[in-house]
Design a protein around this ligand. Sequence first.
Ligand SMILES: *[C@@H]1O[C@H](CO)[C@@H](O)[C@H](O)[C@H]1NC(C)=O
Ligand SMILES: *[C@@H]1O[C@H](CO)[C@@H](O)[C@H](O)[C@H]1NC(C)=O
Ligand SMILES: *[C@@H]1O[C@H](CO)[C@@H](O)[C@H](O)[C@H]1NC(C)=O
Ligand SMILES: *[C@@H]1O[C@H](CO)[C@@H](O)[C@H](O)[C@H]1NC(C)=O
Ligand SMILES: *[C@@H]1O[C@H](CO)[C@@H](O)[C@H](O)[C@H]1NC(C)=O
Length: 707
Amino acid sequence: MAQLCSKPTTAMFTGKTHHSCSFLFVVLLCILGFYALHYPQSAPSSSALRNALRFRQTFLSAATNRTIASYLRALTLHPHLAGTKPSLETTSYVETHFRDYGLETHRVEYKTLLSYPAHASLSAHFSNGSYVELPLMELGLPDHQASQGLVQPYHAYSPSGSAHAKAVFVNYGRDEDYLALAALGVNVSGCVVIARKGGLSRGAVVEKAEANGALAVLLYAEGERFRKGFERGTVMKGLGDPLSPGWAGVDGAESLELEDSEVLKRFPKIPSMPLSFEAAEIILGSLAGAPVPNEWRDTAPLLQSKVGGVGPGPTTVNFTYQGENKMATIHNVFGLIRGLEEPDRYVLLGNHRDAWTYGAVDPNSGTAALLDIARRFSLMMRSGWNPRRTIILCSWDAEEFGMIGSTEWVEQNLVNLGSKAVAYLNVDCAVQGPGFFAGATPQLDSLLLEVTKKVKDPDSEAVTIYQQWTATNTDISIQRLGGVDSDFAPFVQHAGVPSVDIYYGRDFPVYHTAFDSYEWMTNYGDPLFQRHVAVAGVWGLLGLHLADDSILPFSYLSYADQLKEGYRNVWSNLLDTPVTLNPLMTSIQEFVTAAKEAEIEAKKLREQETTSDLVTLKKRALNDRLMLAERGFLDADGLQGRQWFKHLIYGPIDYESKLQMFPGISDAISRARNMSERQGQAIIEHEIWRVARAIQRAASVLRGQFT
Ligand SMILES: *[C@@H]1O[C@H](CO)[C@@H](O)[C@H](O)[C@H]1NC(C)=O
Ligand SMILES: *[C@@H]1O[C@H](CO)[C@@H](O)[C@H](O)[C@H]1NC(C)=O
Ligand SMILES: *[C@@H]1O[C@H](CO)[C@@H](O)[C@H](O)[C@H]1NC(C)=O
Ligand SMILES: *[C@@H]1O[C@H](CO)[C@@H](O)[C@H](O)[C@H]1NC(C)=O
Ligand SMILES: *[C@@H]1O[C@H](CO)[C@@H](O)[C@H](O)[C@H]1NC(C)=O
């Protein structure tokens, strides 16, 4: 944002622009301040309201599936992995469109460590002496997309290495799976582990296999629909450029050595690769040894019919992988519309642009929607609209390697974001299939629901998304943003910015494979591009409300409810322990009171008809409290052992945990299992105190009073 701020900016509460850092600036401010005090704006707020409503209507009625389809077609002509040449073409495509649509356009580059495959080989050797070379790449792609520039399946940041050893099946590769194997007398040490995607992240599967002494890992997705596809993906731990952990990897900045222990600890030590379901069947079908545990047979057709045993062997796997880590330039692109009244308050809409392959679903369905929002905003600007606050459309690079583009930018702009970012609205895979899904930090729940009442459902006539959403779910469920699977993670978990994430469909079969193409989208994902239109509608309307509403549409009552639910969850998990939860309870009660007061104050100010300077200032002051309350949940020390994660309510939680929030408490509960009761109680209570203090900080920000 440093770059963004060197441009002319707009004085708060006025429409005049000025250049910062000059004497003129001070003089102008005084003059404008005088004007503002003596000549309150004349437009009554009801007409401003009507205007905002009119522009939201314009936004919705300007929707066209044709434009979205054409953006998606153009973006997915070639595979465009981050750091490669075709990826630069998509960068220019987005940049040119932002510029043509009249947005102020910026490109911000970073030099970061990316990882690419060089060579791989894989064969299965059977007990009868025969062997087969296993496929290493999707076969059966339509000719016209013949694999020009398509990266072979690999795990980014896997070390190079080889292994020729007995294969062993470890189910999802969780701790409990290794325990089940141990109970069968199976030791995976010195073997090549075959695991299926399920409970754990890719990186965690490899980490646990490594801890159990495996030589290499092959990871597949179970099911006929995954038969020929390979799920590419990263196995790096943590977010952002591994060479600049916690700061921005701009050209010339401090960069750690590859051998630095801080860097090494983020990469696995044993090599791994994705495997197609077809190849997994060949290996697993020829294993002997102890029979597959019954609990593993649950949903798995392959296991039920074909797997002879868990191994190890007799089949061996001969596996080689050579990759190279190299420095690459990545490009974030920004399109900005300066706010008229509050240019120094920012509403960000973001989506990543880089893809493992063609990226029709992941992520360019989202990019196409973002470009259509830019197009519609430009139409609105031409008919006189100008947002109250500044809107920034963000197109991130290198998300697939570990949210690198967004993380570097958030790290670089941490204080500006901390003091000025109202909200971050993320869309990654906008359309994966049917059905609306959303995640949000809870103060945005009510806005999300309101907005879905204004957008037509793409798959049924005369019904809104909201109606369809509530009709198909007994309980509307809004997910929370504690995971690290898209670019909202640095915004929420490092910077404490209220965020939303929306998409249509889930669990799509071509995820990270060469089949994630425009053809798949038009055949299966969204043949009429109406789901794209729906996502763009919700996304854009969220942005318009956050940018234009005079009082920010945040409700912390919903946050309070979530905290109470989290409390009950912790309580039921610690029932048989002497741990006291009183501090947590007390802080939540404080938060509830603050949330109720803020709600009342917001209602009163919304009803204020006059736009006198005093009322404007009062609104601004309340808005700041609403914006900053989320920051209260951040803790400077972060989560123990993973300090980059600053948010004590939402953050990645171990899959075995029974908690859905409070990652620090969850960590402490699991660490306590290894300790004496007294020690355990002490570390859990310490984490409870930390969370309680964070909730108190948020409550105190919301209240806006010193103690
Ligand atoms: C598995 O085998 C390795 C190597 O033979 C050995 O070091 C390790 O202790 C064994 N693990 C268990 C749980 O028996
Ligand atoms: C050897 O075993 C494999 C796996 O069971 C089987 O597919 C193959 O047909 C066998 N080859 C011969 C020559 O028997
Ligand atoms: C294993 O693969 C490597 C690399 O392709 C090859 O050089 C080696 O001969 C193979 N070993 C066996 C036993 O097939
Ligand atoms: C857009 O939607 C209309 C109506 O559903 C449909 O007839 C048309 O084929 C769609 N266009 C594209 C490009 O999908
Ligand atoms: C518990 O202690 C053992 C042995 O010291 C260690 O290997 C393991 O990682 C610990 N587990 C946790 C959850 O800290």
